[in-house]
Design a protein around this ligand. Structure first.
Ligand SMILES: Nc1ncnc2c1ncn2[C@@H]1O[C@H](COP(=O)(O)OP(=O)(O)O)[C@@H](O)[C@H]1O
Ligand SMILES: [Mg+2]
Length: 267
């Protein structure tokens, strides 16, 4: 099976219309505790046969009711949770296979913003150091990483002079989520996953964050066209997918509101 798949994958790379991310029949069932007296252990079918594609420069929204498996799908994509079955192909390479993307490569190319802005940041690090952490861990010099963090704080609308040395508890929820967006962009990823990144914010801040994301997308597009500082390509199309929950007996699968995948691709 592997030997058949490899030439197919190479053929996709040659084809410029190939999606950046392709997910085939993603499945994750969580076994629950219990199963006494040799009874089978009950399982939660968190994700069951989910397939989709995200093209270069495309924004994809995955919608569905609470508990239907959106966050689990996002965590599977990031390889924070092990797949039961299915296939994730990123830019033509199957993730987790011997000659495909390693987890480290993947985390450089794909980043995620989580729902809880506070839990995603290290409370003991000033926010600029949190933003610089990824580039430093991937071998960037300290000074360059700090400079990138400052640029990103500016890009997400936080004055670096005022905010760089603050700790997460010294920021509002909206400001913290901006830091998380900056952190996600610090490695110039090609795909950003936003798992209900604005749902914990109040309505006015939610609107600000959405505007910021639209703004950053426009910047990515401009950088590409102008060949400016960062050579990002931008999202050109939007799609939304919605899934209905399966029958009540089988635990929810599929995906639901407000998780969106967004990407800026480097040339
Ligand atoms: N680690 C886990 N162990 C057992 N069940 C889990 C685990 N993570 C998620 N689930 C279950 O999987 C289902 C989908 O969860 P989740 O992906 O967080 O839903 P959503 O993000 O769509 O609200 C839920 O029923 C949840 O209880
Ligand atoms: Mg969720």
């Amino acid at each position: 099976m592997t030997t058949i798949a490899a030439p197919l994958i190479r053929a996709e790379v040659a084809n410029s219309a190939a999606p950046l991310l392709r997910v085939d029949w993603l499945t994750k069932h969580f076994p629950l505790r219990g199963g006494l007296l040799k009874r089978p252990r009950p399982v939660v079918q968190a994700v069951d046969g989910v397939s989709f594609e995200v093209g270069a420069g495309e924004t994809l929204g995955i919608v569905g009711e609470s508990g239907c498996g959106k966050s689990t799908t996002a965590r599977l994509l990031m390889h924070l949770v092990r797949l039961d079955s299915g296939r994730i192909v990123f830019d033509g390479d199957e993730v987790g296979k011997k000659h495909g993307f390693s987890r480290r490569d993947l985390h450089r190319q794909m980043q995620m913003v989580f729902q809880d802005s506070y839990a995603s940041l290290n409370p003991r690090l000033p926010v600029a150091r949190s933003v610089a952490f990824g580039p430093l861990a991937h071998g960037m010099a300290k000074r360059a990483a700090r400079a990138r963090a400052m640029d990103l704080l500016q890009a997400v609308g936080l004055d670096p002079v005022l905010f760089a040395d603050r700790y997460p508890h010294e920021l509002s929820g909206g400001q913290r989520q901006r830091i998380n967006v900056a952190r996600a962009l610090a490695l110039e990823p090609r795909l950003v996953i936003l798992d209900e990144a604005v749902s914990a914010l109040d309505k006015s801040i939610e609107a600000q964050m959405l505007n910021l994301l639209v703004d950053l997308k426009t910047k990515c597009r401009r950088w590409t066209r102008g060949g400016g500082r960062s050579r990002h390509r931008s999202a050109a199309t939007h799609r939304t997918r919605s899934t209905r929950p399966r029958d009540a007996a089988s635990a929810p699968a599929a995906v639901s509101p407000k998780m969106s995948a967004r990407r800026c691709r480097r040339r």
